[in-house]
Design a protein around this ligand. Structure first.
Ligand code: SF4
Ligand code: MG
Length: 335
């Protein structure tokens, strides 16, 4: 498949003002030089703890916040080079679904008015066909025609997220960024919404960038997974390699938090100690060294690059992986 999205050396630094003149005295390095691609029809997930830069990445791609540096190539065109009106037109192709549909749906509008607005802004279908299109869209996401004139508060959380999905779908996007799209829902409802997203992907040839703090959730939907820590990518791998043979200690720690994974049974669990350090002044060398059970001298001074693991679609930014895949169970920890 062809590359749909190419994120290149993306940086998102937010200025911190200080002093009596309110000058920029420092930066929060929320995303610090990351690169990855997403192919057409693929689901790529970005996972990591809160504050790792995953939502910031999603927002930067859509230019909801203007990135500090880098490129966002979509179908070969750099989105960051577009002017405002060109970008507004592009929004048709790139949609986003947020965690809390309630916050992004106007409570005074009916569901049909919410969709009508989206259709009108992008001028997707002629006015006379809109009502029909709205009913069709809602039925596609599992909301019946008799419910189209209800308000968001009359729906459950799962149904509201379905409305959010219908709104995103209404403009025939190519890429949908799902930012913690199922995180607020009960586990059984999560599964239903994830299944719906998968069905819609097949039907409408959608590509997803799926942002979540929960590896257990992304497991069901991803083809490939990107793990971020403190603004950096620490591992990228296809789903099977990531779950069966993670090659970064941080990924192993995230997996250890899911009770049902094999790692837990193999007593290779890594329980993370301490908090995520500040992205204003991240640790030197490997940013994970303050919490990594395998850290050694080199990790404190030298920043690891992404190493490819031979024979697999997998890359890890850990010095230990420099010479090839590592069996972490054979390594001593510092605990
Ligand atoms: Fe741990 Fe060092 Fe690897 Fe970083 S480079 S993950 S600190 S072993
Ligand atoms: Mg977030």
């Amino acid at each position: 498949n062809q590359t749909l999205l190419e994120v290149k050396n993306l940086k998102q630094y937010f200025p911190i003002k200080g002093g009596i003149f309110g000058r920029t005295v420092n930066h929060v390095k929320a995303v610090d030089d990351i690169s990855f691609t997403v192919k057409e029809g693929e689901t790529v997930s970005i996972v990591g703890e809160s504050g790792c830069g995953k939502s910031t990445t999603g927002r930067a791609i859509l230019r909801l916040d203007t990135p500090y540096a880098g490129e966002v190539n979509f179908q070969g065109e750099d989105l960051l080079a577009l002017n405002k009106s060109q970008m507004r037109k592009k929004r048709k192709d790139l949609q986003i679904i947020f965690q809390d549909p309630y916050a992004s749906l106007n409570p005074r509008q009916t569901v049909s008015q919410i969709l009508e607005e989206a259709l009108e802004i992008q001028n997707v279908v002629p006015k006379r066909d809109r009502r029909k299109k709205i009913i069709e869209l809602l039925e596609t996401v599992g909301i019946g025609a008799h419910q189209v004139d209800r308000h968001p508060h009359e729906f459950s959380g799962g149904q509201r997220q379905r409305v959010g999905i219908a709104r995103a779908l209404s403009v025939n996007p190519k890429l949908i960024i799902c930012d913690e799209a199922v995180s607020a829902l009960d586990v059984s409802i999560q599964a239903q919404v994830l299944n719906l997203l998968k069905e819609l992907q097949r039907e409408f040839k959608l590509t997803y960038l799926f942002i979540s703090h929960d590896l257990g959730v992304v497991r069901h939907i991803s083809d490939r997974i990107i793990v971020m820590y403190l603004g950096k990518i620490v591992e990228i791998a296809d789903k099977k390699s990531l779950f069966e043979n993670p090659q970064h200690p941080y990924t192993k720690a995230l997996l250890s938090a899911i009770p049902s994974t094999n790692l837990a049974q193999k007593r290779e669990r890594i329980i993370l100690k301490g908090d995520v350090p500040s992205p204003i002044d991240p640790p030197t060398g490997c940013r994970f060294h303050t919490r990594c059970p395998y850290a050694y001298d080199r990790c404190r001074t030298e920043e690891p690059i992404l190493h490819s693991v031979t024979g697999r679609e997998q890359q890890s930014a850990c010095h230990l992986v420099e010479g090839g895949a590592v069996d972490f169970s054979q390594l001593k920890t510092n605990y």
